[in-house]
Design a protein around this ligand. Sequence first.
Ligand code: SF4
Ligand code: SF4
Length: 367
Amino acid sequence: MSYDLGARLKDILLRTSPAFMADRWQAPRVLTFMMTYRCNLRCTMCWQWGEQGLFHELSREHEVQQLDLPTLRAVIDDVEQEGTGVFLWGGEPFLHRDLLPFVEYVKSKGMYCSINTNGTYLPRDSRRLVDLGVDALMVSVDGPREVHDRIRGMQGSFQKIADGVQAVREARNGNGRKPEIIVNTTISPGNQAVLMETHKIVEAMGADRMILSQLWFTTEQIGRANEAYFREKFSAHAPSWRGFVMDVSVLDTRLIADQMQAMSLLKGPMELRFLPDIFPEQVHDYYRRPSEAFGRTRCLVPWLEAEILPNGDVTPCSDRPDLIMGNVKRERFHEVWNNDSYQSFRRAMREDGLFPYCSRCCGLWSH
Ligand code: SF4
Ligand code: SF4
């Protein structure tokens, strides 16, 4: 049996029962690199740089940290034989001066590579991204021009994305569908009334796929319960929930559900996915009952993903980087992946089930 086949089999077993959720695990299926904390936008709902964003509290010294190319490459060397895919984001990943040389290295190993970007640098780098063989580009479009620019906090940002997507499409002309162009639209108070219009615009832009995301949010009560659990279980300070507290009572759940319903009936070349993959009739509970996990009892991210932060810290949860398992500037990634901290984190998920704030974290819905 090839390793890949064995790994796939283990993934299937992982999904079937907590009994297969071992403390030690093979290499992650997805390795995420937050290339930089920095971003040139200030999107209102962003947990990093939005109104309640966590990164405003970073010292200048912390904010400008980023890994150098030899360290980034060493992490890749640890997983290159394992069938791991690489996901690059930030902040805005194109603000890392070595992003493209790093992508070149990842692709030279034959690994799947996707990049999540706010799109402002795509017009400049589209040709190179296509030539490097990047597999997928993820950009965000939050609405028609004025709505998008208002939510993203930058006049002209809609046009930059439109130009960027156009440039990528032109550059890949004749090269098949790589990179796949994925547009994410996050539902928010500022665009909830124009979701259908946004779908039309995204399709006209030439996206291959649109992901309509619900808001990732939490409440103060859930956040504090999570903080208490992490303190007791892991002796860890877990403040990341603060970046996700927002007033979702202003969302009109009927209005959103009706548009999701109408959108799902549209026929066109662009694929559409809802994230999380809930039905329109579940939207009300999604926003009004924030602890409801719609039947999910475990998150598989502790077994299938890991994230490297710009300072080298390794965290299991991309959107809630509260637990730090090690640091790739001091140790090899493969040593961190199954160390005592990682094993006790997996054990906690297997034995206790979801942590309080997992119910509205995108990680829960990604596998
Ligand atoms: S572009 Fe991304 S990282 Fe930057 S503020 Fe917007 S959502 Fe946050
Ligand atoms: S749901 Fe989110 S916070 Fe919970 S374990 Fe998964 S990735 Fe981590």
